[in-house]
Design a binder for this molecule. Sequence first.
Ligand code: PBG
Length: 326
Amino acid sequence: MAEHSPHLRPKRLRLTAGIRSMVRETHLHISNLIAPLFISETAETKQAILSMPEHYQLPLTALEAEIIELQSLGIPAVLLFGIPAEKDEMGSSSLSASGIIQQAIRLIRNIAPEMVIIADVCLCEYTDHGHCGVLQDDFIDNDRTLDLLAEQAVSYAEAGAHWVAPSSMTDGMVYAIRDALDRSGYQEVAILSYAVKYSSSFYGPFREAAMGAPQFGDRKSYQMDPANGEEAIREAAIDLDEGTDLLMVKPAIHYLDVIYRLKTHFPETPICAYHVSGEYAMLKAAAEKGWIEEEAAMLESLIAIKRAGANLIVTYYAKAAAKALR
Ligand code: PBG
């Protein structure tokens, strides 16, 4: 017997799986997961995305099977990104009732009426220059972009989207979209604003998948500086003031402190975190090399995002997590 035997032994509550589960503070549920999907207007068959194993550019003809699989796994929501046949300087193909996302929304509404349909609202997949708004010289014309975002959001609502998710970091986008939705009779359509979106190097695989990389320059003049944490509160406060229903933080793992700050500051607002393409690709690559155990690393990442304060998680691991959680 040691002379100084500790009285306080936290290990007592870790002794068995049953005890650990009784004192577990954070729980990940399938109902917390949102699955991102890439819908292609030009692909004839599912096109594998090389930097995102197990993800595809899906033609509409492959969407039904995908939705049925997601539904059978209990995943409640999808976040849609479009790859259009035509691009121009103002992203017009995203505004038409026959646009790829509008078609996808109507299809999903038909085959899975319970599925929550979230449409990403941004221009970068639809502009020939790949920036998230219309340009004035080499910069985004913020206020002209607002009208286009509002029109895109109304068009998605008309097609049947439940939520619209503006991701372009255009100042005033939430107000412009809320106002346009309300005037058009879509008061019940919610806004999930990417209020806090960083200019991150972890979006690379997504830009390959959605074919929306900027053709010149970068997004630093509109997305946030990774060095800033206080500013996240200002961004979130503005978007709440403008009428967003939920707040998104993106990326997730390198920004857990930001998620925590928002949850602490706005405890009454649902927070969503986007576990982005680069975060997925890194886990996949290390797992492929046999350097980490994929399922455990995935679940640890997702539980960390929830522990930080996220209520919902957009993740390319939605299906794998749903399978692991069942
Ligand atoms: C479009 C958009 C991007 C992502 C989501 N919406 C790309 C970007 O801002 O460059 C990235 C998602 C991911 O990496 O998984 N604005």
